[in-house]
Design a protein around this ligand. Structure first.
Ligand code: FAD
Length: 443
């Protein structure tokens, strides 16, 4: 149990996304009494899109008391099917039913709004958490002791906010990250992956005229159609009332605006063109997307940062380890960050700036290697899915063929048993609990 002094630390979180919400709730559950969350947007504002809810995420959300609510309308995955985009022929099939008994939690898929909404509702039940929506964080005026930043309310005067610990969960475009790196005259090496994603949600009603589409919606399955430099991953969410599709393709607007925007309005004809050689089933779904409702995300990552923390300030989530979606782990990793932060801060021996700074270093030590390993695995999985004709593709397809005989690794990494063991089999909260003293003693 943390001392009263430690629990009285004033902790500010920037960003109410996946990482920010999980951090706030984790801290409140540990007994911290003064947690403030600053969010630029006027509300949670989550895009209409699905999300995979992996067991390592579920384990943490269950401890935070919000998993049951999310699970209620999520879909429990029984299998995944990886198919040739052009023909719809199945390349590989993986049974996922064993996940629940092996890792204690199922691998589910759900709606982002349900995940964020449940975490937010959990936060609202905690008296210790205050949200400041429509209030962005601008310049960091001190990193510690007692970090401070300029809060910029949409309807109000900019003012200084001072706290004891500052946690920046401001996402892939993090401006706090840039300021942090600038302290040592470096800048984040943004890697433009040259890839973009369309996110699509089709309702049961939209799909109702086609038995083959309804069959997809009713199957507790993740289906991935793959082709050269492109794929589509799809699964049912919201108690099977919505079919969620997420594509990845070369970023058509890359040359025009390589880094200016992350989200752009996509064009339906362009989307249809990109997947023109995919099978009729896929075409049927893409054609159901209403004109003007195509939204495109540029996919960005950056090279591993040399450090995540400075004095009493730390980065969280995509701000320090943006991950390509191919492993479906970005939000899960942001949530792991939040849970580990709550453990290390609750274990501080005292509230001196030195102890806070070391505590944050323990967080970075526990999280860093794992987060960057998954960043690399996600990129590798994308490369394997997107191969064009050649020796590498032949080798991949040999692996798919062996898989049909029940042998060998799964090229779609998130479905590979050994990769799952690394990701789902490791409990980062337990590691932080058990290794805190040893790491704190050496950082
Ligand atoms: C196509 C796609 C599919 C994905 N699928 C999955 C999946 O299946 N499973 C999974 O686990 N992950 C998935 N991810 C990754 C996941 O969405 C992200 O990793 C996750 O949202 C990161 O959480 P975060 O809190 O770091 O950032 P975000 O969730 O982006 O939140 C950042 C928040 O900070 C706010 N903010 C930014 N700047 C400021 C500021 N200066 N002041 C105040 N507030 C600020 C923003 O408004 C935002 O609310 C996917 C990503 C993509 C692009």
């Amino acid at each position: 149990m943390a001392s009263n002094d430690v629990l009285d630390l004033h902790i500010c979180i920037i960003g109410a996304g996946m990482g920010g919400l999980a951090t706030a709730l984790s801290l409140a559950k540990k007994g911290f009494r003064k947690i403030e969350v600053y969010e630029t947007a006027s509300n949670l504002g989550f895009v209409g899109a699905g999300i995979q809810l992996a067991p390592n995420m579920a384990r943490i959300l269950d401890r935070l008391g919000v998993w049951k609510e999310i699970e209620r309308e999520a879909v429990d995955l029984k299998e995944t099917s990886i198919r040739q985009g052009s023909t719809d022929n199945e390349l590989g099939h993986v049974d996922l039913k064993y996940i629940r008994s092996t890792y204690g939690y199922p691998h589910m898929v759900g709606h982002r709004a349900s995940l964020a909404g449940a975490m937010y509702a959990g936060c609202q039940r905690e008296k210790s958490i205050t949200f400041h929506f429509s209030t962005g964080a601008g310049e960091i005026t001190s990193w510690g002791p007692q970090p401070s930043f300029t809060a910029i309310p949409r309807n109000g005067e900019p003012h200084q906010v001072q706290c004891d610990v500052l946690l920046a969960a401001d996402g892939v475009k993090s401006t706090i990250r840039d300021q942090l790196l600038h302290l040592k005259n470096i800048s984040a090496k943004i890697i433009d992956t040259g890839q973009a994603a369309y996110r699509i949600m089709l309702t049961r009603e939209q799909m109702s005229s086609s038995p083959s589409l309804l069959a997809l919606l009713d199957r507790e399955s993740v289906t991935r159609w793959i082709g050269e430099k492109r794929h589509i991953i799809a699964y049912p969410v919201s108690s099977k009332q919505i079919y969620n599709l997420s594509t990845v393709q070369p970023d058509a607007n890359f040359a025009a605006a390589p880094s200016a925007t992350y989200t752009t309005k996509g064009s339906k004809p362009q989307m249809l063109d990109v997947f023109a050689d995919f099978c009729p089933l896929v075409q049927k779904m893409l054609n159901l997307v209403p004109d003007g409702e195509v939204c495109e995300w540029k996919l960005r990552v950056h090279e591993p940062l040399p450090f995540w923390t400075y004095e009493s300030t730390a980065l969280v989530g995509d701000a320090c380890h943006p991950t390509l979606p191919h492993l479906a782990q970005g939000a899960a990793q942001a949530i792991e960050d939040g849970a580990v932060l709550a453990v290390v801060l609750s274990k501080l021996p005292n509230t001196t700036p030195e102890a806070i700074s070391k505590g944050l270093k323990v967080y970075e030590t526990v999280r860093r290697e794992r987060a960057y390993k998954l960043v690399e695995l996600a990129a590798a999985s994308g490369r394997a899915m997107h191969l064009g004709e050649g020796a590498a593709k032949e080798e991949r397809d040999r692996q798919f063929a062996a898989l049909r005989e029940g042998k060998g690794p799964v090229p779609d990494k998130w479905a590979d048993a050994d990769v799952q063991k690394v990701i789902y089999g490791q409990d980062v909260v337990q590691i932080a609990e058990e290794e805190f003293d040893e790491i704190f003693g050496r950082v």
